[in-house]
Every structure is written in C-alpha cells, then in structure tokens.
Design a protein around this ligand. Structure first.
Ligand code: IMP
Length: 195
C-alpha cells in the first residue's frame, strides 16, 4: 500500500481527507509522525503556502507528502480574506470571531457571493504537483449548524439550502473545495499506480 504523509495537524482536515482516501493509501498525518510543531505559512497565495508546508515536511522527513491550504474568498470584500482566512479576526484563529467579522463586514450587503478554494500541493519523489478545488456559494445572514469546522456555519454552497455545518460529512466531502481537490489528487495517484 503506497505510503504518503498528509502534512497537517488539523484534526478536521485529517478526518475529511481520510474518509475520501479510504483504505487504498496508507496516509499518515503529522501527529502520527510525532510532529506537533506549526508548519510555516509565510506566502501570500494558497499555492505558495501549500507548497511551503509540503516542502518543509519533504525536507524534514524525506517522504512523499502532500499539504493543503484553504481560503474563503468573499466577492463583496474583493476576495478577502483569501489567504488570510485563518487570521481574519486575529492571531488566535478563533472560528467564531472570524465568522462574526465576516457577518459584520457584510451587514446590509446584498451581494453575499463567496467561494472556498483549496490548493493541494503533492511532492512525489521530489516532483511537485498542484490540485485545486472550488466550492461556490453564499454567506448566510447568520450561523447555522454544528458539523464541520471553521466558517462552515455561515457558508451555503450553491444548489443546497443547508450550510456546510448542517450537512453530514460525506455530503460536504462530495461537494466541497477540499473534497474536489482531494478527488483530483486521488485520480492522479490512481493513474500513476496503474502505469
Ligand atoms: P488553513 O487552510 O488551515 O490555513 O485554513 C484557513 C482558514 O479557513 C481557517 O480559518 C479554517 O478554519 C478555514 N477553513 C479551512 N477549511 C474549511 C472548511 O472546509 N470549511 C470552513 N472553513 C474552513
């Protein structure tokens, strides 16, 4: 079974991605590798941050790995918070404070269009590959739901009347930014495995 490190310590991301990758791949997260430090994220793009995290782990452990970075891009805010999504309301990365800031900035705003974008960076035998996943939708007027994490309670994806936080994990995974990026990663890995 191919061995691959998922360069994250975020338990929510580990859970979502493990559900998608199933048993076909032996995926290890950073806590399983004994790594608890925060990874560097000093770039000003999602692509840059995903690559920075993957390169850091590839150089440290010398094992094939992938990392991802995700941002929420709100149209009426000119695409903000984007790469600064985690720290939108401050350095403590508090999800409630982040959502409150977004709701506050959009108060009275009729254009509530937004999208989540995930970039996955894979390093396989020293070669780098990027995969992108996008989920389009709207920012709700208030929070709803308790599943998921981060901004899920205020994001309603197109084609649904629930927020991500009101969906079960399997449905979110099928239509989400991260789910789509990981599905591309799986297709790429599967095609290589059969060649
Ligand atoms: P990062 O990719 O860990 O830097 O996350 C950036 C920010 O986006 C954090 O505030 C996360 O909580 C948030 N975030 C990442 N993925 C999701 C998601 O699937 N749903 C809602 N919020 C997310």
């Amino acid at each position: 079974m191919p061995f691959l490190i998922f360069a994250t310590g975020n338990p929510h991301k580990i859970k979502e991605v493990s559900q998608l990758l199933g048993d076909a791949w032996d995926i290890r997260s950073l806590p399983e590798m004994g790594i608890t430090e925060e990874l560097p994220e000093n770039q000003d793009t999602l692509e840059g941050n995903a690559l920075e995290k993957a390169r850091y782990i590839y150089e440290k452990l010398g094992e094939n790995c992938f990392a991802e970075d995700t941002g929420l891009e709100i149209e009426a805010l000119g695409g903000a918070p984007g790469v600064y999504t985690a720290r939108f309301a401050g350095e403590d990365k508090d999800p409630d404070a982040n959502m409150n800031r977004a709701l506050e900035l959009l108060r009275g705003q009729t254009n509530r269009r937004a999208r989540f974008r995930t970039v996955v960076a894979l390093i396989l035998d020293g070669r780098e590959f990027l995969f992108e996943g996008i989920a389009e939708g709207n920012i709700r007027l208030e929070k709803s739901g308790a599943q998921g994490f981060g901004y899920d309670p205020i994001f309603e994806p197109d084609g649904f009347t629930q927020t991500f936080a009101q969906m079960d994990a399997a449905l979110k995974n099928r239509i989400s930014h991260r789910g789509k990026a990981i599905q591309k990663l799986i297709a790429f890995l599967s095609s290589r495995a059969t060649h």
